[in-house]
Design a protein around this ligand. Sequence first.
Ligand SMILES: C[S@@+](CC[C@H](N)C(=O)[O-])C[C@H]1O[C@@H](n2cnc3c(N)ncnc32)[C@H](O)[C@@H]1O
Length: 279
Amino acid sequence: MTAAQDEGAFKALTKKISGARGFSCEAYKDKCLRRRIAVRMRARGVHTYEDYGRLLDQDAHEYDLLLDALTINVTKFYRNAETWDALARTYLPALWQAAGGRVRAWSAGCASGEEPYTVAVVLAEAARAAAGGEGDPQPLAGARVDATDVDRASLEKTRAAAWPASAFTEMPAPLVRRYFSEASSPLRRAVPELQRLVRVLKHDLVRDAPPDPPYHLIVCRNVVIYFDRPTQERLFARFTDALRPGGLLVLGKVETLLGTARARLELLDPRERIYRRPE
Ligand SMILES: C[S@@+](CC[C@H](N)C(=O)[O-])C[C@H]1O[C@@H](n2cnc3c(N)ncnc32)[C@H](O)[C@@H]1O
């Protein structure tokens, strides 16, 4: 097969996937799509894009498996602990104070919930510190974390709010003990005070407007890396619009702000990729 034929077959397949399941293949980097589709083709013993397209026509369940492979859902509590430490120690106390405790946060591309619940923990800790740093988790009136993803299975896990011990290996042990009970062993479940903070919503970053702006804090990590450059630029501009003046945007450790948002946000912490919308 020539390169042009291969490109044509690949484009026909991604068009089919976008049409059938509303998954916006066009926004993703080709290299990333090709790698993930190849995983499914190998699993089914299929060698060409045409044959894989025919397989999708015959076996609707293969679409589910493919979408699972395309939306890479690897995550952890306190992933890149230094970022969360910097946020909790250096930036969040002022944000918490300015918002009078009514911090609105958005975890965009939240996978199975470890990230929005990490945000909930750092907010709950800010509340505890503001109350003198003692005692049990406090009810947090007015604070909220919107947890969104395009992948339904991930959202179900976020709603269940219970995770295996392996999800917590990067989180400081005292925080795990304070905010996650062992009641439903072998899973640890978020305490009710934390669950009340988190609102789970289906949301496609490529197609949908931000769910409920303005936000004090937007965390979008290890998601935009899969999108092509124009999509990344559009998203960063949207995030900037969705932030309150003084609000923070946190990206993944290997992600960099692109496009017009670069001039509108100040880079607060280059190492942790934390940006701020000026007052
Ligand atoms: C690698 S995980 C990152 C999870 C978490 N943010 C973290 O850093 O640990 C990427 C997530 O982005 C989600 N995702 C991919 N495309 C998306 C889109 N168009 N809209 C919303 N979420 C998307 C995937 O479903 C997946 O859960």
